[in-house]
Design a protein around this ligand. Sequence first.
Ligand SMILES: C[S@@+](CC[C@H](N)C(=O)[O-])C[C@H]1O[C@@H](n2cnc3c(N)ncnc32)[C@H](O)[C@@H]1O
Length: 344
Amino acid sequence: MVVIRESELERYPDWSSIFKNKNPVYLEVGIGNGEFLEWIAQNNPDKNFVGVEVSRDYFKKAVNRILKARLKNVRLICTEGAKALCKYFSEESFSGLYLNFPDPWAKKKQSSRRLVNDFFPWLLQSRLKLEGTFVMVTDYEPYAIEVVENFEKCKAFAPLWKEGPLVYKLENYYQTKYARKWLSLGKNLYYIGFKKVKGLAIPKEVFKFYPLLEISKEDPLPLAVIESKETNLEKVFQGLKEGILWKSGDQVIKVLNKFTGKDSILLDTVISEGSFRQRVFVTIAPHRDGLIIKFHDATNPEPTRGAHRLVALLCKEILSLLPASKVVQHQCKKGIWQEVFSST
Ligand SMILES: C[S@@+](CC[C@H](N)C(=O)[O-])C[C@H]1O[C@@H](n2cnc3c(N)ncnc32)[C@H](O)[C@@H]1O
């Protein structure tokens, strides 16, 4: 199967068993209509290629193209690029990343949305094998300059070409429709290339920006069980707050909507942490002599620090709504639990 659904893809999959060979794996993020991927996979049958695209419409176009070309060395995932790097590629697991015309977010206010920011080279060096490569092409000079600066700050990388990390022409490199368009308008293209020359420990702030990096294969989802003399769901439902539950810097936990049925409460919630934002559903339901608070698995929730914090915050709120109640079991990170319960 060319397409791999995220719901069927485990954390850190064994790519050699997916491709049924031990050939090196390369990744392209933002494959658009898939023309570059088709070209590179066709010309390198001894290499495997994973293509990632966040837009469903583009993804469909790429899928059709790759299926038509009957390429056995390509797999496609419809997801966000940084998430794919954190979740589907373990340390030193792949050989190269291609980025062709990543969205430049040219407006000043939006530049923080760029995929390749200060943190990105650190994430990439942890996932790339030694000698693994990064090749990017853009038409937007300020982004090109910023990317070179960001990579130069991360000493895991050295320029890929003898001319340096930035060149204006790259022989034998496929020109996608964006390249063709900009060249026909007489614009410059900027090719950026780096190679991993050593592995470095990931700084703490990088983990904070990419919270999925902290999650291992075995990490369970947080949950909590409350024992209570009175399990009045209606009272809990009325008392639970909607809106922002917690905020610190760029980290936000917000209840968008609350719903109640006969047997449970459902909270539609957003957790934003660094570059990662997840929409999750939490259920609060009767359980033994009390209530259980847990994630609904419909949206594939990730057990990030924010997810742990959300369960702890809800527990605290419920304890204040049901006076004769106590937590009898929880699966939340100790430090976060203590932080939530010690804050006023
Ligand atoms: C300007 S287009 C370039 C498409 C293709 N690489 C080409 O050169 O024709 C950028 C593509 O990247 C995708 N994209 C943007 N940010 C992404 C991200 N963080 N993860 C995955 N895809 C992304 C967009 O949906 C879009 O298809």
